[in-house]
Write a protein that binds this ligand. Sequence first.
Ligand SMILES: Nc1ncnc2c1ncn2[C@@H]1O[C@H](COP(=O)(O)OP(=O)(O)OP(=O)(O)O)[C@@H](O)[C@H]1O
Length: 299
Amino acid sequence: METPNRALLETEKLGKRFGNHWAVRDIDLAVRSGRTVGIVGPNGAGKTTLLAALLGLIEPSAGKLHHHTGEGTRPSFGAVLDQDGLINSVSGRRNLDQWAGMLGGVTSNEVDECLDAVGMRQAARKRVGTYSLGMRRRLCLARALLGDPEVLVLDEPGNGLDPAGIIRLKELIGERARAGTGVIFSSHSIADVDEMSDEIVYISGGEVVTRWPEDSPRWWRLRFAAEDEDAEATRHAAATVLKEHDWTHRIDPYIGVLAEQSAPLHELLALLSRAELPLGNVEDLGRDIEQPFRGLDSW
Ligand SMILES: Nc1ncnc2c1ncn2[C@@H]1O[C@H](COP(=O)(O)OP(=O)(O)OP(=O)(O)O)[C@@H](O)[C@H]1O
């Protein structure tokens, strides 16, 4: 069993320049065993370039990349990338068999298990050239899992997946992380990134702008058990109480409260109860990842 939280990959001021343009710059991050890092950022932020550099597919122009993998028999990496490298003229199964052959030590049963894990056992008999985008993605995910790699590097792995596929992807990432795999992935789905990641890294213009560690403040949505005509007045009364006690909040149209995990939720609930505000339910909205994207219009 892998030592939990061991650094498997580390970057120090990692940078990549294409001509005069720095696609990524000064990136410091670590991928650790049993932990999941989610990368978010606008189009062209440098996510794909960063992940390709981590895999050694592109040579960094600056900084350092340390790999602490490859000590056992497991492959260092499994990856899902946009350029999937699948061979269209043969079956999905054949693609995976060839990959397994290159890795060495992966049995036919293990190939079956990886295909089962992504729901592609039957479809793997068909030629890859006939696959939909989502089927290709699933096959790539199965390929990434072959040999139980130490690190999974996944560039927008949910692209093209149907809802069942997304659910399965989340389960797989969770299962692998719990078994000790280090995971780093990019996604444009903020809710998925929040759900799947221990640490979230927001990059823009090639640089790390913000990070949300696991214990970041979270938004909580409060719904009050007030009749419709009283609902707005209740929300405003709650906002007044929250303001008086310095709780960061917004009305959206429900009351949202940003609470540090270290500030127990029961304090907030007690405060509202003392003010005799009829709280209906409290919903966890996760970390405030949308914040840097608000007002950012790249169109
Ligand atoms: N091979 C290349 N040659 C020149 N410029 C490149 C190359 N690859 C990427 N870039 C540039 O580097 C920057 C980062 O691109 P990258 O694909 O890493 O962004 P991204 O965050 O993955 O974007 P998206 O969310 O749109 O997939 C962009 O300005 C892009 O044009």
